[in-house]
Design a binder for this molecule. Structure first.
Ligand code: S3P
Length: 439
């Protein structure tokens, strides 16, 4: 079998100069999905050619949408089929089978769209995806009148979806989840009355911003207590857009962390999306003492972006909790690694969602940090990291989780000795070429 390990050695020199990171994963997914169900041709620039977003393209191609991909410049052209133009299987009553790979975003958002179609479908992903919780979308979609069931009856994919008449609902979610919110809002496009989703804190709002651009009637409010409601009216048609995808702040996070940790570094990361519902990692780094300057702020399609100048800094521990958590949910493994190198104690709480990501990230971060000699205690909804003692290189596993592989590649740069990361190629999920960037 091909060796799928990577060796990371301590950074021999500072991270200096200028880089860009690949396009935002969440925005890339949505651009293809909304383009597919819009009327006209949607042109997407700086699309993320990661495996997850390619799963989304595959699904919509199977649903009869012509999608042209020019990989090198990251250009994708989606020939939309309109809100009711997706195609099912040719034989009557046979389900169209869609492979959503490792992608939770594809599975949950596409389910919302498929719930509104007049043909049956079956969604299934890889072994990891098929263990992730889907009741969180099955429940609200069923309340809307969707006929969706877990084929194995375990609340996970494969999911079978039959045609059903959808009605608007007012739904309150237990956790702040953009995937759940988006799934419901997308089904709401096909409902016969308005739909609203209230979440305990605002999760990433790319769906609301982008659907508005495509012509949907979407509105959002945030109350003083922090709860956030997004509403959508039934829709006749969406209209194609040109979309420029900003660099992914989740991918930038690894280089922000590397520059903060490696002495002498001064790194300019250009064109990074800094939507406030995603930018919690920047505030966390700054609260830890990180020197980050936001330069040349601009807007495209309602999405703010900027250049980030990051300088080596000495860091101290903090508490990361509450409504900040959804704004850096994918960056918490990287934040935990930073905390291990920071003086003092860092507490991460209110982050039980970490357990249901591509791996149980409370368990996998704890295991890898401990292997490197860090004093860390896992909790039910986060972890306590007592930082500041030197970490040593170790043999680690990615647990087939792209964000674990990349976070611990950065840890390896700042540790003493050599670090080996097993199953390291999973970075292709969100950041193809990650190790080349690093080198
Ligand atoms: C995403 C939402 C988040 C995030 C995931 C992408 C999205 O998941 O972890 O990587 O694009 O909507 P949840 O909605 O489950 O928090």
């Amino acid at each position: 079998m091909r060796d799928n390990s990577r060796i990371i050695r301590p950074a021999g020199r500072p991270f200096n100069g200028e880089i860009t990171v690949p396009g935002d994963k969440s925005i890339s997914h949505r651009a293809v999905m909304f383009g597919a169900i819009a009327k006209g041709t949607t042109r997407i620039r700086n699309f993320l050619m990661g495996a997850d977003c390619l799963s989304t393209i595959d699904c919509f191609r199977r649903l009869g949408v012509q999608i042209d991909v020019e990989a090198a410049p990251g250009q994708v052209t989606v020939h939309g089929r309109g809100l009711r133009g997706l195609k099912g299987q040719q034989e009557p009553a046979a389900s169209i089978v869609l492979d959503t790979g490792n992608s939770g975003t594809t599975t949950r958002l596409v389910s919302g769209i498929l719930a509104g179609q007049d043909f049956p479908s079956l969604l299934s992903g890889d072994a990891s995806l098929n263990t992730r919780p889907m009741k969180r979308i099955m429940e609200p979609l069923s309340q809307m009148g969707a006929r969706i069931r877990s084929v194995k009856g375990n609340g996970c994919a494969p999911l079978a979806i039959e045609p059903g008449q959808l009605h608007g609902i007012q739904y309150t979610t237990k956790v702040a989840s953009a995937q759940v919110k988006s799934s419901i809002l997308l089904a709401g496009l096909y409902a016969d009355s308005s739909t609203s989703v209230t979440e305990p804190a605002l999760s990433r709002n790319h769906t609301e911003l982008m659907l508005k651009g495509f012509g949907a009637d979407v509105s959002s409010i945030i109350k003083e207590d922090g709860t956030a409601t997004a509403s959508i009216a039934p829709c006749r048609e969406l209209y194609a857009q040109d979309i420029i995808v900003p660099g992914d702040i989740s991918s930038a996070a690894y280089f922000i962390a590397a520059a903060l940790l490696v002495p002498g570094s001064s790194l300019l990361i250009k064109n990074v999306g800094i939507n406030p519902t995603r930018a919690g990692f920047l505030s966390v780094c700054r609260s830890m003492g990180g020197d980050i300057t936001i330069l040349s702020e601009r807007q495209a399609g309602g999405e703010p972006s900027a250049d980030l100048l990051v300088k080596h800094s000495s860091l101290h521990g903090i508490t990361i909790e509450g409504s900040l958590i959804p704004t850096l949910i994918d960056e918490l493994p990287m934040a935990a690694v930073l905390a291990a190198f920071a003086d003092g104690t860092t507490v991460i709480r209110d982050a039980a969602e970490l357990k249901v990501k591509e791996s149980d990230r409370i368990a996998t971060v704890t295991a890898n940090l401990r292997a490197m000699g860090c004093d860390v205690t896992p909790t039910d909804d986060g972890m306590i990291i007592r930082g500041g003692s030197p970490l040593h290189g170790a043999v680690l596993d990615s647990y087939l989780d792209h964000r674990i592989a990349m976070s611990f590649a950065v840890a390896g740069l700042a540790a003493d000795g050599e670090t080996r990361i097993r199953n390291a190629n999973c970075v292709d999920i969100s950041f193809p070429g990650f190790y080349d960037y690093f080198n």
